[in-house]
Design a protein around this ligand. Structure first.
Ligand SMILES: [Zn+2]
Length: 276
């Protein structure tokens, strides 16, 4: 994707009806959105976020090299943390740059999420996703923030790199969900979260409902029913099925029923659930 903002000109920005969507949240794609017409849409993290991630990594490499030099000069062990009072001017400046990048990310992320969530709730009447955190806990451990240096991370073994990527690219799933809830309330759309342990969106085949176990590294869903698709696509479609059929749903829906008529494409049984 080059230039402009393809998201804003996409077909999703059509007039809102009673359409429903469910989306999977991931690291490779910020959102994978399944719609009732069978189409799929992927929303990637913005390019500026990836650029900033690269800037952070470059800065941290420089900082690490400078600290190693200083520690050697002070006769300190390489693994010992360098106390703040021993930072030279250059090191202080680079730490400042790092903090500035992190706060810029926070602002831009807020703006990005706000625009996307506002468009989603103005386009769709029913929105669903997986509940928070359950999936995250199975993924790479988060990088530990360094208490002495805001915006930086303590080494935590092999997880540090994955943790940094995840920390930057997907730092705020709760912010995204919180904003969606709020925007949905404002727009009169209905937003729900699936009970992950019951729905098992990643493991469950969206076509026939069978459970197909897969490791975290397996990116493709292959079911004995003949269904083969991307892992995140399957999760999004399974979540949509749960949203439409109501059978997997936890009911964490802000405590109020749908305010609009169910989509016409719903099966009769599902429409009955919505009508209750
Ligand atoms: Zn299947």
């Amino acid at each position: 994707m080059t230039g402009g903002d393809p998201w804003m000109t996409h077909e999703m920005a059509r007039e809102r009806g009673s359409a429903a969507v469910a989306f999977d949240r991931g690291l490779s794609q910020l959102l994978t959105i399944a719609k009732t017409d069978g189409s799929l849409e992927e929303v990637d993290n913005p390019r500026w976020l990836k650029h900033r991630l690269e800037s952070i990594k470059t800065l941290q490499r420089t900082i690490s090299a400078e600290e190693t030099t200083l520690k050697a000069r002070f006769g300190m062990a390489p693994e010992a943390p360098l106390p703040r009072e021993r930072h030279n001017a250059g090191l202080k400046r680079r730490h400042g740059q790092l903090r500035a990048i992190h706060s810029k990310i926070a602002w831009q992320r807020h703006d990005f999420y706000h625009k996307r969530t506002a468009l989603l709730v103005s386009t769709f009447a029913f929105l669903g996703t997986e509940e928070l955190d359950v999936k995250n806990m199975r993924r790479a451990p988060k990088a530990k923030p360094d208490p002495d240096r805001p915006g930086e991370f303590l080494p935590n073994g092999a997880a540090a790199k994955a943790g940094l990527d995840r920390g930057i690219l997907d730092a705020a799933p709760s912010m995204l969900i919180g904003m969606l809830k709020y925007e949905a309330e404002e727009a009169g759309a209905w937003f729900a979260m699936a009970n992950t342990r019951r729905v098992k969106p990643t493991q469950r085949c969206h076509r026939r409902g069978a459970l197909v176990k897969k490791e975290l590294s397996e990116r493709t869903h292959r079911c004995s029913c003949g269904c083969v698709c991307d892992r995140d696509e399957n999760a999004a479609r399974t979540l949509l099925r749960g949203l439409l059929e109501g059978e997997f749903w936890s009911g964490t829906d802000q405590g109020r029923p749908p305010t609009a008529a169910p989509p016409e494409t719903l099966p009769i049984a599902a429409a009955a659930v919505w009508a209750e």
